[in-house]
Design a protein around this ligand. Sequence first.
Ligand SMILES: Cc1cc2nc3c(=O)[nH]c(=O)nc-3n(C[C@H](O)[C@H](O)[C@H](O)COP(=O)(O)OP(=O)(O)OC[C@H]3O[C@@H](n4cnc5c(N)ncnc54)[C@H](O)[C@@H]3O)c2cc1C
Length: 473
Amino acid sequence: MLRKTSKETIAPYLRDASSYSGGNADEVLIPENAEELITALKIESRPVTLSGAGTGLTASRIPSMGIIISLEKFKEIEPVKKGEIWVGPAVTLSELQDHLKNTAWFYPPNPTETNASIGGTLATNASGSRSYKFGVTRDFVNAVDFALVDGRRVLVKRGQKISTPLRLDDGSEISFPSITYSSPNCKNTAGYYVQPDMDWLDLLIGSDGTLGVFIKICLRLISKPDEFLSGVLFFEKEKYCWDLIPEIRSDSLVFPCSLEYFDRFSLEMLREKYPNIPSKANAALFFEEDVAEAGNYDFTLGKWLTFLDKKNILLDESWFAQNEKDIETFHEFRHQIPSLVNERNSRAKREKIGTDMAVSDPHFLEMMGFYENVLSGQGIPYVIFGHIGDNHLHINLLPDSTQLKQASSLYDQLASKIIAWKGTVSAEHGIGKKKRKYFYDMVGQENINDLEKIKKTFDTQGKLGRGNIFNSF
Ligand SMILES: Cc1cc2nc3c(=O)[nH]c(=O)nc-3n(C[C@H](O)[C@H](O)[C@H](O)COP(=O)(O)OP(=O)(O)OC[C@H]3O[C@@H](n4cnc5c(N)ncnc54)[C@H](O)[C@@H]3O)c2cc1C
């Protein structure tokens, strides 16, 4: 097993995409295989934090003490069998996508950051543009080889319900505690996923690196669609784009898998790289619909053109993909906005101040109006972009050094409204260390007590992923 013990070699593991500072670790352990990992866990007495690819946005892989265990050597990819594939947790999304490129199989979850590791995406229950139709990471995991922080190991398969204790390889059992908490009714990855009669697997996915280690992962694949019909629609006014969303949702002609929003300030930022964005455009919507059989492409295109006709869209200036390369370009266009924001934050040496909140459908238009009212006139630069189909937008605040306090209270104001609407303070990035305060406000102390009971059944000493989700572990 490799060990990194010097300050310089540990430093890269104390970073992620949140620009969080203040991490600290005694050393980094890099096991070569599952046996080395299990041995290390069994003898380790210090707090342990697990590390994936470090693209997370909540500092959840960054410890303040103890050791880091990096799974970076767990890179194996097995051949696809019956629509399933076993992969090591360090395999990145882009490696998986490359591996599947010349096959008939498709893995739908696509957080725009394809350098993320599959282990990290399970820990955060990552989602992305195509989750609007296909669902989130949790929906595509069939089994995991899993280790508790004390080194006990278990193969957890889909269908194993929490009503039956989980039997570990040493014969011991874990019973799901008696609690009343259940997760909110919108896209959500804040705290543990809890629903009556769920599978154990559902609990482990989205547990923010606090319940155990994914050693190997069995993903469910679907048949690859022959084509994706895709475009970027431009609007003169942001409101025109917002109003189109409920229409798309209720329409019986079009069935997008992606609906991604760009506000006027996102477009302003993107114009640096894309001068061909129409000058009149103040909002954009990236959409995709999967087309199972190539022969249906023209029919699907015809439905979209009928639907889009006579809407408030700059249709002549909008972009429609002509080939696979154009689709990649549109995905890159979407990915550029968080990347540019992260670059600006790094240059300004500013911690990322980005929201990840979502509400249920009935609050969508109210939420958009509220964001506009609260944010405009504050004098703090910002962008709004993201998964508008799921009522899940990322607001990124870009304050100068004199506006940091104001930005923080602005975030508080936004979060408290979302909480009042019974939405979530994290729909895809997790709570980690950066959003605990909002999570506590969202669920309240009684529910935190329930969630702590779950944590303690897996990690009696509170050793794993300290500082993630909970104040007390
Ligand atoms: C530009 C940009 C765009 C992004 N867009 C999206 C998006 O659209 N959707 C989205 O969901 N996210 C997005 N993200 C966030 C990020 O990519 C995800 O949170 C990702 O899932 C993190 O994976 P990682 O491997 O980098 O994990 P890390 O950051 O290394 O760790 C994240 C968590 O996973 C835990 N972990 C890692 N490996 C394991 C393991 N083997 N077992 C158990 N726990 C483990 C860690 O302890 C930590 O708690 C974006 C990030 C960036 C920088």
